[in-house]
Design a protein. Structure first.
Length: 321
């Protein structure tokens, strides 16, 4: 990229960010205490149940179970365990609830959204331990729901992706019989130093800023050196072998874009079972928005990955879209 292209690119991002910020702010009340109006709507034919998966009344680890009640689940029904960023995002939690309902309907899956215990009350590694416990619970409970344990996918965005990936890596090392069909991560963070060039370039992104992410990390860790723990700083982990296939989604103006590409690169060193899709001219939240036509391609990849569980097939259709 020459100096003129770089200048034009920087100017475009600045102008685009200013326009998008106005649009984004208009979706919220002034105090952002209510969910935005522009997010995907909850699907009418999807029901939700809440399960508490521990006996501790003060620190309840709960999950939300989204199911299309018009379709009877069977052994071929996929299960998506979704870990959301929560405090990392300045969106209301219902944003993720609506999206999980939407995802269950679009993919004909059961979606289980995990409500990990959050900081500042619960410090590291509480949420990471919760993630491991939640995946184990789903595996043990699948027979009760009369569905197979062979089609379980782990998904998440931002720190939720970090929780999901860290939990899968932990379980792969400690349990030989744990079987995860695949992973779907949107803008994962695997380097808690936030020192990548995309965090520097898009630090003031309107949908999530570097300040938002840094604030969450500061609340979560008990002391600064914990950001280098391999459960948080997955970029420091050398062994990413035996991981399930992964679909990674990012966007052109996302601060987490470099982390997404770094995860892809590290996984490719061990296998070729990873596919990354970058949505051009878009921000982090594009996949959650109701009217974003751009998200249709990403949704095709998600749907086909869950249906076929074949990374090579995604690479083939990416050339035709």
């Amino acid at each position: 990229m020459n100096w003129l292209q770089k200048k034009l690119s920087t100017k475009f991002f600045a102008n685009s960010t200013a326009n998008y910020q106005k649009k984004y702010d208009s979706l919220y009340d002034k105090d952002r205490s209510k969910p935005p109006k522009g997010i995907v709507r909850r699907s009418k034919n999807v029901s939700v149940k809440v399960f508490n998966i521990n006996a501790d009344e003060e620190n309840v680890l709960s999950v939300f179970y989204f199911e299309n009640y018009k379709q009877q689940p069977d052994e071929n029904t996929p299960v998506i365990i979704y870990f959301y960023g929560n405090s990392l995002s300045n969106k209301h939690p219902i944003h993720y609830s609506n999206y999980c309902s939407y995802l269950a309907n679009k993919t004909n899956s059961i979606v289980i959204m995990v409500n990990c215990l959050q900081p500042p009350k619960h410090k590291f590694p509480t949420a990471h331990d919760n993630a491991v416990k939640a995946i184990k619970w789903v595996k043990e409970t699948c027979p009760y729901w009369q569905i197979s344990t062979d089609k379980i996918y782990v998904a998440g965005d931002i720190l939720g992706a970090n929780l999901g990936l860290s939990a899968v890596m932990n379980l792969k090392k400690t349990l030989k019989n744990i079987n995860i069909a695949g992973m779907i991560f949107t803008d994962p963070i695997i380097d808690m130093s936030l020192s990548s060039s995309s965090f520097a370039k898009y630090s003031n992104s309107p949908t999530i800023s570097k300040k938002d992410v840094q604030g969450y990390i500061d609340e979560y860790v008990q002391y600064k050196s914990q950001i280098f723990d391999k459960r948080l700083c997955i970029s420091a982990e050398r062994d990413l072998t035996k991981l399930p296939p992964a679909l990674i989604i990012t966007s052109e103006f996302s601060p987490m874009k470099d982390d997404a590409y770094l995860l892809k690169s590290k996984m490719e060193e061990c296998s070729d079972s990873v596919f990354l899709y970058e949505q051009k001219n878009a921000y982090y939240s594009f996949i959650f928005e109701r009217s974003a036509r751009k998200k249709r391609t990403a949704e095709i990849f998600v749907r086909e990955f869950i249906r076929n569980n074949d990374i090579n097939f995604l690479k083939i259709i990416s050339k035709k879209i």
